[in-house]
Design a binder for this molecule. Structure first.
Ligand SMILES: O=C[C@H](O)[C@H](O)COP(=O)(O)O
Ligand SMILES: C=C(OP(=O)(O)O)C(=O)O
Ligand SMILES: [Mn+2]
Length: 472
């Protein structure tokens, strides 16, 4: 992510009212018009902050801090996503379900970036297309929950809602929402993003290096079934070298940042007016998505996100109706702007082949061309007999297969993957070549929310998806 010349207004809070200081529905400048309308709309999945003044103080602090991303980068991503929607690129979006402050270390970030880079090389070969790389990183600190509370041994406390809200430890102190965590989320996102930029532009992303890592992955007998594809990539690289390809020009790459736009106070405080265009951008990340639980048409999340210029995603689960999908497109992308809208489908392996076609057909019939990507994680979650929230690797793969089948059958574009993953050797998802079973889940179950593919399972998925892409 090379910095662009585009500046976003970073006028201090005094020059523009802090988010918390604006009365509901009041615009401070024409450019800000409507950005606070969400305040008077129904909002779900927001923390019960115990101290309103402390929340106002935190959002005022956030409003005065510099943007995390630049509007020009956001525009470039929109162009890239427009290409993916047309089948001229493929999106890989991946990272933790819930990032944590404790895990924002150099080593953990490096392993996650490395995993995404390795997957991207394999997918680039499979798709014969550029892969747009995007982390669920540098801001994925807030979680919607099924229940507001959690009960353990007769004690009930607020549910963990992500490090931006409260702590995971099961004590009243940790579980009480603390608005200063929003400020810590900003600073942790800033240092994570800084390191991602350094890794992806400073030589760590060198194609030759990433390919060597992939050769290491397929080197063991357990993963040798992926050797054929790795051998093909080897030969393609040798061919490029023989043709005089400039590998030094492939030492840097782009990686974009994304997270679920869940905490409205945080996202509003980081929404700024671009000095070039006088239009609002949410500068907390390049790409924001609206979750399955917060995509109500008349709700606060859709209203706020409809007003910013960023490319926006919406999760669509198995109960989504064609009418809802079309109404979301009308609200979030009234102009049908290329790259603006991404539908992230998360149907479940057993459901996607029935539930996805009516949505895709209705959207196509309306003349709309959003980017369609597949989240094969959230429709395939269950609790194992030993009590861990888990997923089966085979079902994750099967949902991806179903996604390609549906789009190929309809002649639409299967444009990308959205994966919960980590670069570590955790044991959270069942199966894969290591054949993690229920008993093994306890070995390294580290996620604070949903189970993630580990490093090896992530690469396996990339090799399997590359084969599916080659069939295109
Ligand atoms: O990441 C997604 C949701 O936050 C998560 O699946 C909700 O999980 P819960 O049902 O454990 O609250
Ligand atoms: C909460 C999530 O997903 P969904 O909104 O699809 O349930 C998530 O991506 O972690
Ligand atoms: Mn999740």
């Amino acid at each position: 992510m090379a910095p662009t010349l585009t500046a976003v207004s970073t006028a201090p809070a005094a020059a523009r009212p802090a988010a918390g200081a604006v009365p509901p529905g009041t615009a401070s400048t024409p450019a800000d018009a409507g950005l606070d309308a969400y305040r008077s709309l129904p909002r779900v999945q927001q923390p019960s902050w115990p101290d309103g003044a402390a929340l106002e103080a935190a959002t005022a602090q956030l409003s005065a801090l510099p943007p995390l991303v630049f509007a020009g980068e956001v525009d470039r991503l929109r162009d890239r996503l427009a290409e993916a929607a047309q089948g001229k690129a493929f999106l890989l979006q991946g990272g933790d379900c819930a990032e944590t402050f404790a895990d924002a270390t150099a080593d953990a970030i490096r392993r996650r970036v490395k995993t995404v880079l390795q997957m991207a090389v394999v997918l680039t070969y499979g798709a014969s297309l550029p892969v747009v790389k995007m982390g669920r990183m540098a801001g994925q600190f807030a979680k919607p929950r099924s229940s507001d509370d959690e009960t353990r041994e007769g004690v009930t406390l607020p549910a963990y809602r992500g490090d931006a809200v409260n702590g995971f430890a099961f004590t009243p102190e940790a579980r009480t929402p603390d608005p200063q965590r929003l400020v810590q989320a900003y600073h942790t996102a800033a240092s994570t993003l800084n390191l991602i930029r350094a890794f992806t532009t400073g030589g760590f992303a060198d194609l030759r290096q990433v390919h060597e890592w992939n050769r290491g992955f397929v080197g063991s007998t357990a993963t040798s079934r992926y050797g054929e594809l790795a051998g093909e990539i080897d030969r393609a690289m040798a061919f490029m070298a023989a043709c005089g390809a400039d590998f030094d020009a492939l030492r840097a790459t782009e990686m974009f940042a994304s997270h679920e736009a869940l905490l409205l106070d945080y996202e509003r405080a980081l929404t700024r007016i671009d000095s070039r265009t006088q239009l609002p951008y949410d500068v907390s990340a390049h790409f924001l998505w609206i979750g399955e639980r917060t995509r109500q048409l008349d709700g606060a999340h859709v209203d706020l996100l409809a007003r910013v210029r960023n490319p926006i995603g919406v999760k669509l689960g198995p109960t989504t109706t064609p009418e809802q999908a079309l109404a979301l497109a009308d609200r979030l992308d009234p102009e049908g702007e290329p790259g603006r809208l991404t539908f992230v489908t998360r149907m479940g392996a057993g459901t996607i082949r029935d539930a996805l076609p009516p949505l895709v057909e209705a959207v196509r019939a309306a003349g709309r061309t959003p980017l369609w990507i597949c989240d094969p994680m959230h429709g395939n979650t269950f609790t194992s007999p030993s009590g861990y929230k888990t997923r089966r690797f085979d079902e994750v793969v099967d949902e991806v297969r179903g996604f390609f089948e549906v789009h190929r059958g309809l002649g639409t574009v299967p444009g990308g993957l959205h994966i919960e993953l980590t670069g570590d050797d955790v044991t959270e998802v069942l199966g894969g070549v290591e054949d993690i079973d229920d008993a093994a889940l306890a070995t390294r179950y580290e996620t604070l929310c949903d189970p993630r593919l580990n490093h090896q399972q992530s690469l396996e998925l990339a090799f399997l998806a590359a084969d599916m892409l080659r069939g295109r």
